[in-house]
Design a binder for this molecule. Structure first.
Ligand SMILES: NC(=O)c1ccc[n+]([C@@H]2O[C@H](COP(=O)([O-])OP(=O)(O)OC[C@H]3O[C@@H](n4cnc5c(N)ncnc54)[C@H](OP(=O)(O)O)[C@@H]3O)[C@@H](O)[C@H]2O)c1
Length: 298
């Protein structure tokens, strides 16, 4: 199907950088915003690595992209954020990349647990991403060139709260997982200050994907009547970020009403993202070590 004409002219006007010669890795690239991010990156000339948990879905997505961009360099790596062994194997094999986009995530999964026994949403959206970042960061730091690391949060982190004693409570798990990720990303921003790794947060606003339909529930019908972003429009943040002078640590996302829709820009940070960061990092490290002592020091 390819990118729409509107998107192509947006990229031409606002994202002028050629990504030829660069490699962009995107987690959860087989669906929704991750798939469209992969497509914009391929359109801009990058080689893309789709890091996905389901080989068949990933192969189908790759075929779809190759149909529109024959000859594009698109590889697949297996990665399941709900399985710490899978993260170990992925980190071990990860090749050199210029851009690493943590996009994968899921919404409310009552009663489900990750392979290591964490509540599914906190275990995937936060602890999985936390552990993945800790495992790949040494490689990114040692690669000898600039690297952009983007963590995908959500505007809902602005209304969430974290109580480490009730960390795995299912109520509000998605919101809480994104606030934890925002706090941890602030930690990474500080840790990487002055190094070759440039860390950002990206939020896609409200976008027509399976996740938005879960978040909005019955209200999803409204998506037909209000100008909710397409996955394609929400995916443009990474293209915009790579082409414009955006200070390290910025939050990038749709700049329209309530940061819910529109084209990308720099958004104001929520003060909630800067609170109790050290406690969270200490807690997260201990949680991983309890369940996964073979993971080594992180
Ligand atoms: N859509 C919105 O309005 C919205 C708003 C704010 C934030 N976000 C964030 O944007 C990101 C992309 O979401 P989306 O809306 O594009 O949803 P989506 O279409 O459901 O895509 C989610 C992707 O994450 C992958 N994934 C889920 N669990 C995984 C795991 N354990 N290991 C590896 N990959 C896993 C999924 O793989 P499978 O296909 O195999 O399930 C899929 O590729 C998420 O982080 C989401 O929280 C979305």
């Amino acid at each position: 199907m390819g990118l729409s004409e509107k998107t192509i002219s947006y990229i031409k006007e606002n994202c002028g950088r050629s990504l030829t010669g660069m490699t962009v890795l995107i987690t959860g690239a087989n669906s929704g915003i991750g798939f469209k991010t992969a497509e914009t990156m391929v359109y801009m000339g990058a080689a893309v690595i789709m890091a996905c948990r389901n080989r068949e879905k990933a192969e189908n997505a790759r075929e779809q992209l190759l149909a529109d961009y024959p000859g594009a360099d698109i590889r697949i790596m297996m990665l399941d954020l709900a399985d710490l062994d899978s993260i170990d194997a992925f980190a071990e094999q990860m090749p050199d990349v210029d851009v690493f986009v943590n996009n994968a995530g899921l919404y409310h999964r009552p009663g489900q647990k990750t392979r290591d026994g964490f509540e599914m949403v906190m275990g995937t959206n936060y602890l999985g991403v936390y552990y993945l970042c800790e495992k790949v960061l040494p490689k990114l730091r040692e690669c000898g060139h600039d690297v952009v690391l983007v963590n995908t949060i959500s505007v809902v982190h602005k209304i969430a709260s974290v109580d480490l004693d009730r960390f795995y409570e299912e109520r509000g798990d998605y919101f809480r997982s994104k606030l934890c990720l925002a706090r941890y990303t602030e930690h990474l921003v500080k840790q990487c200050e002055g190094t070759n790794v440039h860390v950002y947060m990206n939020h896609p606003g409200l976008s027509v994907t399976p996740i938005a339909s879960h978040v909005l529930g019955g209200m999803y019908v409204l998506a037909k009547f209000v100008p909710i972003n397409s996955a394609e429009k929400s995916s443009l943040s990474v293209a915009w970020l790579l082409s414009n002078p955006v200070p390290d640590g910025s939050v990038v996302g749709p700049n329209g009403l309530l940061c819910g829709w529109g084209y990308p820009g720099i958004n104001r940070k929520s003060p909630r993202a800067s609170r109790d960061i050290d406690e969270l990092v200490k807690f997260s490290r201990a949680e991983i070590e309890k369940k996964h002592p073979s993971g080594g020091n992180i």
